[in-house]
Write a protein that binds this ligand. Structure first.
Ligand SMILES: Nc1ncnc2c1ncn2[C@@H]1O[C@H](COP(=O)(O)OP(=O)(O)OP(=O)(O)O)[C@@H](O)[C@H]1O
Length: 249
């Protein structure tokens, strides 16, 4: 078995005549933490949205564990073990933290439509729910409605619901965006823990986080791969430095 979890070949997205992503060949090693970085407008979000199937590529292929997923629907990806985190939509505002995580666990157990599941069975899930809430630091707020949580805590709850799905591959789009310094450190620690035995691909602007957390970094510029390697390697690359200076980043 190859050690590549996600692979893109010639990945391309055109908007009108404009190439937002052009011929991107990406290899994300299994059980690594891989970041997509680059100056504003480099094509990171487009690339990420192509891989998570929120956008349809104009050309190219995407493989997950060697299987072509180019035409697989986003909802079907979760069943293949690939889950995109930090979608506000993954949290139900009028359910408590506990209920939110429980719903996600039930989804993972493919019980989501069994509304008649006896309360005793559901209660058996509570230990697992509480363990997940502990791990993200929300145990004390287990009975609080999601809508009442601060922004940072809502994001932690989203991470909890994502972890409850037990994904093999976790995808994060700017997981630190809008978070306080304290929450950033918590999420860095959480992602590091969550990444054990999993593959993580993320778009991240915070270079401190990228340096601290990521094994491999792909630098995009004008829709193409400019450089790839460890943070040490790419941060010394003169072309990368020039790209960031040009982008005033
Ligand atoms: N739906 C769209 N229609 C037309 N152009 C688009 C569309 N989405 C993105 N683009 C363009 O594609 C290019 C890449 O955008 P993208 O958002 O992928 O870059 P990015 O690297 O994520 O940037 P940022 O760091 O600013 O989020 C930009 O020039 C953007 O204007």
């Amino acid at each position: 078995m190859s050690d590549i979890a996600i692979e893109t070949e010639g990945l391309t997205k055109q908007f009108g005549g404009f190439y937002a992503v052009q011929g991107v060949n990406l290899k994300v090693r299994r059980h690594s933490i891989h970041a997509l970085i680059g100056p504003n407008g480099a094509g990171k979000s487009t690339c990420f949205n192509l891989i998570t199937k929120f956008l349809t590529p104009s050309a190219g292929t995407i493989r997950l564990e060697g299987k072509d997923i180019t035409h697989v629907k986003p909802a079907a990806l979760a069943r293949r073990g690939m889950v995109r985190s930090f979608q506000i939509s993954s949290v139900f505002p009028h359910l408590t933290c506990r209920e939110n995580v429980r719903v996600a666990l039930q989804r993972q157990m493919k019980n989501s439509y069994q509304f008649w599941t006896p309360e005793s069975v559901l209660n058996a899930l509570n230990d697992e729910v509480d363990a997940i809430l502990q791990s993200v630091g929300l145990f004390d707020m287990r009975d609080t409605l999601a809508v009442e949580l601060s922004y940072g805590r809502k994001r932690l709850l989203e991470l909890a619901t994502t972890l409850a799905l037990k994904p093999d591959v976790l995808l994060f789009d700017e997981p630190m965006a809008g978070m306080s310094t304290g929450d950033i450190q918590r999420v860095v620690d959480l992602i590091r823990t969550a990444a054990e035995g999993r593959t993580v691909l993320m778009v991240e602007h915070n270079m401190g986080v990228v340096a601290d957390l990521c094994d491999t970094i792909t630098v995009l510029q004008r829709g193409q791969v400019l450089a790839e390697g460890s943070y040490e390697e790419v941060s010394k690359n003169p072309e990368v430095i020039a790209a960031y200076m040009g982008g005033h980043a």
